[in-house]
Design a protein around this ligand. Structure first.
Ligand SMILES: C[S@@+](CC[C@H](N)C(=O)[O-])C[C@H]1O[C@@H](n2cnc3c(N)ncnc32)[C@H](O)[C@@H]1O
Length: 208
């Protein structure tokens, strides 16, 4: 199958590779709609918006959760992020295998992005400059989502943020006063369906 490689491709090859990915993604969605959470990979504009909003300018590794077939990973590389900084956790074994082929310098882990301590096996020690989150959370109760994001925020370096993919019109994880704040980018209309990037940061007094 033609791969969406990070290197240069002709326009025609690129379009063919995108169509192949779209078909593969859709086929996986038919079998596992809940874990995939989307019928199509995010659009190039959406991925660029997410990469631009992520606090990758800070020192430290970058964590991508739910990379799928690597569209956001590619946007991070296009932003100039060193692939050696990126750890991508993907639950789907086929997707993880493809990601390893496409991004040999990215640390791709096939595992559960909800349980970072288990999946990273680092005893909670690693602090990330940014977390880019695309795993669907809407099936979880709000209190569980907030607890999950508090754990993610504790994994960030000071000033770091979580950027989240979501089609919801209100924040998928509601802010907790004095703990973390939420903002968003404008809607990206060429995504299927249109979506925003939600941005989460620790409240200033706690951001150290
Ligand atoms: C909505 S898709 C996003 C894919 C890609 N980032 C994009 O924007 O097109 C969600 C991805 O999260 C993965 N996923 C679902 N549950 C997961 C989990 N617990 N841990 C890691 N990845 C998971 C799915 O396999 C899928 O690739």
């Amino acid at each position: 199958m033609p791969a969406l490689r990070p290197g240069p491709q002709s326009g025609r090859e690129e379009r063919r590779a995108r169509r192949a990915d779209l078909a593969r993604f859709f086929g996986t969605w038919i079998r596992k709609p809940l874990s995939l959470g989307a019928v199509a990979p995010s659009s190039a504009t959406y991925c660029a918006t997410m990469a631009a909003a992520a606090s990758t300018h800070l020192d430290g590794p970058i964590l991508e959760l739910g990379p799928g077939l690597g569209v956001v990973t590619r946007a991070l590389l296009a932003k100039g992020v060193d692939p050696a900084r990126i750890t991508s956790i993907e639950y789907d074994a086929d997707f993880a295998r493809t990601l390893r082929e496409r991004f040999p310098r990215v640390n791709v882990i096939r595992g559960d992005g909800f349980d970072l301590d288990q999946t990273l096996g680092d005893g909670g020690a690693t602090r990330f400059a940014a977390i880019l989150m695309a795993i669907p959370v809407v099936s979880k109760p709000q209190a569980e989502r907030q607890a999950l994001f508090r754990r993610y925020l504790d994994r960030l370096v000071p000033g770091g943020n979580i950027t989240q993919l979501s089609y919801l019109v209100t924040p998928p994880v509601k802010p907790i006063e004095g703990v973390f704040e939420v903002s968003s980018t404008p809607i990206v209309w060429d995504n299927i369906p249109p979506a925003r990037v939600w941005i989460y940061r620790k409240t200033a007094a706690l951001a150290h």
